[in-house]
Design a protein around this ligand. Structure first.
Ligand code: NAP
Length: 308
């Protein structure tokens, strides 16, 4: 039986691995569908402390993997499809290859996935001006118009944040009212750097041929008329999905599917199962906060094992 199995290899998972490996618990990681997590999908990371010149997201995650492996953490390339958790364990994980793994403790760090519109041009321009994270990528687009798609709190927050770089921010929303909370809407609408294109559905991201964002074609849902909004970047903020479907039956989730943890710890409702990173956190969603939560989960698992 394993001591610790860590599900997911993002910043939270690797940090939990480093802590539990250094505590000589010989952790096993299950890498999941996107080894290295969301950071492998971005380019430069300039806000992870310790890298004064910035670091590529892929390189950061590769370095975390090597650091975990240096302490003999094992990494298995599979996905967890089902679980059989019970209070106090042992915990069972069923993998996509049919294998069942038994462990005394489990750390869930499966992250979240941004929602995308699903347009072909959107896909082709990802990392070339199309992003889902203003905090990560906003600073690369200075003094140009920027479009933000969505009408929820994330869209308001991203739009407000982006006004510090953009010549103007245009929120593109498919209806004529925002879903976001009143306070966030007020903040965005009162900001002179923000305009809104109401009742507008994105049709095409420009310009795939140029290999960079030059504009966004939107359709007015009332008139079916199309127009082009010129911009140098497009941030898609139409929500995230926490990757928690496999745990839905047993682990307590909030109304948006994020795992609930107790107080400031990484403890879930199942004794011996811990959670960390973007599958828990819909507020900060940063690499550094995920790593911090991974540290907590590693220490919580270590103390839980000690107490048994
Ligand atoms: P959200 O509330 O689900 O809003 C998603 C937005 O994207 C909605 O306005 C929706 O339009 C739009 N949308 C969805 N699919 C679309 C599509 N295919 N095409 C065009 N537009 C589309 O997501 P969120 O803003 O990420 O917020 C998620 C949760 O986190 C919320 O509970 C939110 O309150 C919370 N949050 C809180 C804070 C904060 O308090 N600081 C910050 C960020 C997020 P419709 O409105 O027409 O459905």
């Amino acid at each position: 039986m394993e001591n610790v199995v860590i599900i997911g290899t993002g910043a939270a998972g690797y940090t939990a691995a480093i802590y539990t490996a250094r505590a000589q618990l010989n952790p096993l990681m299950i890498s999941g569908q996107l080894p290295g997590g969301q950071l492998t999908q971005t380019t430069d990371v300039e806000n992870y402390p310790g890298f004064s010149d910035g670091i590529l997201g892929f390189d950061l995650m590769d370095s975390m993997r090597k650091q975990a492996e240096r302490f003999e953490c094992r990494i298995q390339s599979n996905t967890v499809t089902d679980v059989n958790f019970k209070n106090g364990g042992p915990q069972e994980l069923i993998l996509d290859n049919g294998e069942t793994i038994t462990s005394k403790t489990v750390i869930i760090s499966t992250g979240a996935s941004p929602n995308w519109l699903g347009l072909d041009s959107e896909e082709k321009l990802k990392n070339k001006g199309v992003s889902s994270c203003a905090t990560c990528d906003g600073a690369f687009f200075r003094d140009v118009p920027i479009c933000v798609i969505g009408g929820g709190d994330t869209a308001m927050e991203e739009a407000t944040f982006l006004t510090r770089y953009a010549s103007k921010v245009i929120i593109v929303h498919r209806r004529n009212e925002f879903r976001a909370s009143k306070i966030m809407v007020g903040r965005a609408l009162n900001n002179p750097g923000i305009e809104v294109s109401w009742d507008s559905v994105p049709v095409e991201f420009l310009d795939v041929n140029e290999g960079k964002v030059t504009g966004l074609i939107v359709k007015d849902v009332r008139t079916n008329e199309q127009k082009t909004i010129e911009c140098g970047a497009i941030f898609v903020a139409i929500g995230h999905r926490p990757n928690t479907a496999a745990f839905r039956q047993v682990i307590e989730l909030d109304e948006n599917g994020y795992i609930k943890v107790q107080d400031v710890t990484a403890r879930t409702n199942i004794s011996g199962v811990f959670a960390a990173g973007d599958c828990v956190d819909h507020v900060y969603r940063q690499a550094v906060t995920a790593a911090g939560m991974g540290c907590k989960a590693g220490i919580d698992a270590e103390r839980w094992l000690e107490a048994q």
